[in-house]
Write a new protein. Structure first.
Length: 257
């Protein structure tokens, strides 16, 4: 009988020891998991901070337009995936405007450098896609148009430099280049202290010996209607997209706006 009691007592002690060990292991595991979660949260927070600090583009909400354009710029009409920007123009009413479209601005201002973009365009009367630069300081000039075209003449690419001369008189130097119809084009601007040079698909198409010497930011948009492209007609298909990939943004100088 005494032997049975001893065996029973040993079994009870063994069970208690095993249970206590499992509790300790569970507590250690919970602590490890808590630390892992904390580390993951910190990593995510750091990633978010890095992403926010490196954002290059921001979509703009704007009703006002120029040159009798017909669009309302909506943030919802813009998708930004890193350096790829998708702008959708739609035929829809918004605050007394007949169309909506999209516009983005760079979050940095740049001074000199090389700027290259892959673009996908759609034809259609009234469409007016563009890539251009404006002064970081609020001013209407100078203005560098890296790329412009109107949807009724989609194979005629233009570039313009608008500026004031030493006497304060408005001047411009520009080009128009007829391109072969294809899916994708590459447009670029090389900007130095002494000149501006435009490229289409790697070909030098225009050089200006006048060049701005101030920080400028990039605008990418697709207007609808206006003095130059005219209003859309029944053949213009909506929604219509303008897709831009900023393949090379290599400034000499840059600063956050």
């Amino acid at each position: 009988m005494k032997i049975k009691i001893k065996i029973f007592f040993v079994l009870i002690m063994a069970i208690l020891a095993w249970s206590l060990n499992r509790v300790i292991i569970s507590m250690d595991s919970a602590e490890i998991n808590e630390n892992e979660v904390s580390e993951k949260v910190n990593i995510q927070n750091n990633t978010e901070n890095i992403d926010k600090s490196n954002v290059l583009w921001t979509a703009i909400e704007r009703k006002e337009s120029y040159n009798n354009e017909l669009q309302y710029y909506c943030k919802e009409n813009v998708t930004i995936n890193d350096n790829e920007i998708i702008i959708i123009s739609k035929k829809e009413e918004k605050e007394n405007k007949s169309y909506t479209s999209g516009l983005v601005e760079s979050t940095y201002g740049y001074l000199y450098g090389y700027f290259e973009f892959d673009i996908w365009i759609k034809e259609g009367k009234g469409l007016f896609p563009a890539i251009w630069l404006m002064p970081v300081e609020d001013a209407s000039l100078p203005e560098i148009d890296i790329f412009e075209m109107v949807g009724s003449a989609p194979q005629d690419f233009s570039g313009v430099f608008h500026y004031l001369d030493d006497k304060g008189i408005k001047q411009k130097t520009y080009f128009q280049k007829k391109v072969i119809k294809k899916d994708t084009y590459k447009v670029a601007l090389s900007w130095s202290e002494n000149e501006l040079a435009w490229y289409i698909d790697g070909e030098l198409v225009h050089v200006s010996k006048s060049s701005p010497s101030e920080y400028m930011y990039i605008i990418i948009n697709q207007a609808v209607g206006g003095n130059w492209p005219g209003s859309p007609d029944d053949k213009t298909l909506f929604p219509s997209s303008f897709i831009v990939k900023a393949s090379k943004i290599n400034p000499i100088n840059k600063k956050r706006r």
